[in-house]
Design a protein around this ligand. Sequence first.
Ligand SMILES: [Zn+2]
Length: 291
Amino acid sequence: MPLLTLKEALQFSVDQRYAVGAFNIANYVMAEGVIRAAEEKGLPVIINIAEVHFQILDMDNFMHYLLDRVHRSPAPMVIHLDHGYTYENIIKAIHYGFTSVMFDGSKLPYKENVARTREIVRIAHAAGVSVEAELGHVAGLEGEPGSANEADTSAFTEPEEAERFVKETGIDALAVSIGTVHGVYKDEPRLDFARLKEIRKRVDIPLVLHGGTGLSREDFRKVIASGINKINFFTGNSVSAVEAVRKELSDKERYIDLPELILIAQRKVKEVTMEQMEIFRTRPLAEQDKE
Ligand SMILES: [Zn+2]
């Protein structure tokens, strides 16, 4: 089926209080795991590709596979650029056929973040592509599952500023900082639900949670009830797949060949993705506008 934009995939999520998972992929194995999960569940999914993974993926070749794969699939999908930092890579993503891009200006001063986000919105919208931006900063680096991080409360999103930022930029989704981190948590995550609810009251576009791995089912239930509509998830898939492979190698004396080993990783990504879709209360496209 044709690709969805992020805006289309999330259009009923604010009113109906559910979230769609944005699962990071950095190779064919992860891509197949995520796509097959969407196909088996019949649920929409956001395929996240981070700018830092462009090099590993060899994008020119990879995008031929991915676009062909998603177009022939019955599952509704978005191809989304995760953490785009440079103008060049965001334009490249639009050129590749992404239907959504994130511009991450979260480390810039407010005014510069607004100015650069606005410019990206103007270009992306002209090409029919959605834009996510970040205000406040979520700690830790995307794509480094080995590092342990803790949230910086001084970089949490200010609700009043969020309202202004959305009006001034015209973005389609806003990533907020309320206590999650990228990668692995150093201590128990402590989420600022009151802040999230306040942002939700002031902002009517979908809200995005980065650093989904490490939260409990109860945390996920509460963030979704408090207004989160897109949840980024990478480390959990990566760690679970590696653990599954490690277990298989240590359990068995017998010879395992490479295709079999890779399938173990792929099946694990699919299984974890399907579990997360349930937890996120993602709804089938056909049912989303009924209520
Ligand atoms: Zn992120």
